[in-house]
Design a binder for this molecule. Structure first.
Ligand code: TPP
Ligand code: MG
Length: 324
């Protein structure tokens, strides 16, 4: 989907994916509250347009890698919601046999390289994947996502330097949701212009309205073209917002309810696309209801599959420990 003139069918696919992520995350939040999910769990609600827009312009074989806020990235690239939910609930049928949980899932076949709990750690790994792409001359691009908080980590700049020096095909996607745990960006960053963070390394960057899936797709396509043309990395700062707490345990004292409510009412990425579908393509209430029902079915099926799956056997403690 590279054109600005996007068909109704393509728009509906974007809508479907964003809504799937939202409903999946809501269900994950519920299952967490009921004690079916343990440990860390970071929901992606509010940020759906970023990963769905980028995924829509990806070419076969392109990779993506991200932080612990990763469920949306997995669903967007085509991983099976049943296996993702099974992993969240610690079941043997999950992507990591129930031993990885929310932050540690991978799918080589879908080009998803995790799921990383150490803030910023995925950035040099993403540059490394891009290095392999260049070495193999395969024209693939690695989309490397990280938060605006992670953008203050030292290893990010080591990766920027090498990526630019060797003209690696990597799009660095900074998901600027304005908060790093309980710290707002303005309190933690010397500059608010995240897209300009690569200037010292000669990496061009652009700020994008990350709440509008079409803007995201358009700019992501340009950035990917830049990489595929052999011009090296590109930075996209996606201006977005997370509605839920940082993780499931978040006192939420660092911002007001009104602030969150205002974004939900005025900028919600799903509502924005819904309005476009109604205004430009005359999509009816019936069509939206059918989509809602279809997605509800997928999410219910995923949670039933997960909860009816066995936990890993105790002997699994000794498998998958070393790669060799
Ligand atoms: C090296 C390291 N330091 C600190 C933490 C604790 N920590 C987890 S998430 C986080 C905030 C990161 O915020 P941001 O990069 O903006 O991503 P977001 O959670 O907003 O998606 C911190 C400090 C960690 N996991 N790893
Ligand atoms: Mg953040």
């Amino acid at each position: 989907m590279k054109n600005t003139s996007v068909s109704k069918k393509e728009l509906f696919e974007l809508y479907h994916k964003m809504l799937l992520i939202r409903r999946f995350e809501e269900k994950a939040g519920q299952l967490y509250g009921m004690g079916h999910i343990g440990g860390f769990c970071h929901l992606y609600i509010g940020q759906e347009a970023v990963v769905v827009g980028i995924d829509s312009i990806k070419e076969n074989g392109d990779q993506n890698i991200t932080s612990y806020r990763d469920h949306g990235h997995m669903l967007a690239c085509g991983m099976d919601p049943k296996m993702v939910m099974a992993e969240l609930t610690g079941r043997f049928t999950g992507y990591s046999k129930g031993k990885g949980g929310s932050m540690h899932m991978f799918s080589k076949s879908e080009g998803f390289y995790g799921g990383h709990g150490i803030v910023g750690a995925q950035v040099p790994i993403g540059a490394g994947i891009a290095f392999a792409n260049k070495y193999k001359k395969n024209k693939r691009v690695c989309f490397t996502y990280f938060g605006e908080g992670a953008a203050n980590q030292g290893q990010v700049y080591e990766a920027f330097n090498m990526a630019s020096l060797w003209k690696l095909p990597v799009v660095f996607v900074i998901e600027n949701n304005q908060y790093a745990m309980g710290t707002s960006m303005v309190r933690a960053s010397s500059t608010e212009e995240m897209f300009a963070r690569g200037l010292a390394f000669n990496i061009p960057g652009k700020a994008v309205n990350g709440m509008n899936v079409l803007d995201v797709a358009k700019e992501a396509a340009r950035a990917a073209d830049h990489c595929r043309a052999g011009k090296g990395p590109f930075i996209l700062e996606m201006k977005t917002y997370r509605y839920r707490g940082h993780s499931m345990s978040d006192p939420a004292k660092y911002r007001t309810r009104e602030e969150v409510q205002k974004v939900r009412e005025e900028k919600d990425p799903i509502d924005t696309l819904r309005s476009i579908l109604i205004e430009e393509h005359k999509v009816s209430e019936k069509e939206f209801k059918e989509t809602d029902a279809e997605i509800k079915g997928i999410v219910t099926e995923a949670s039933d599959f997960a909860l009816n799956s066995p936990e890993p056997d105790i002997k699994e403690l000794w498998t998958d420990v070393y790669a060799g």
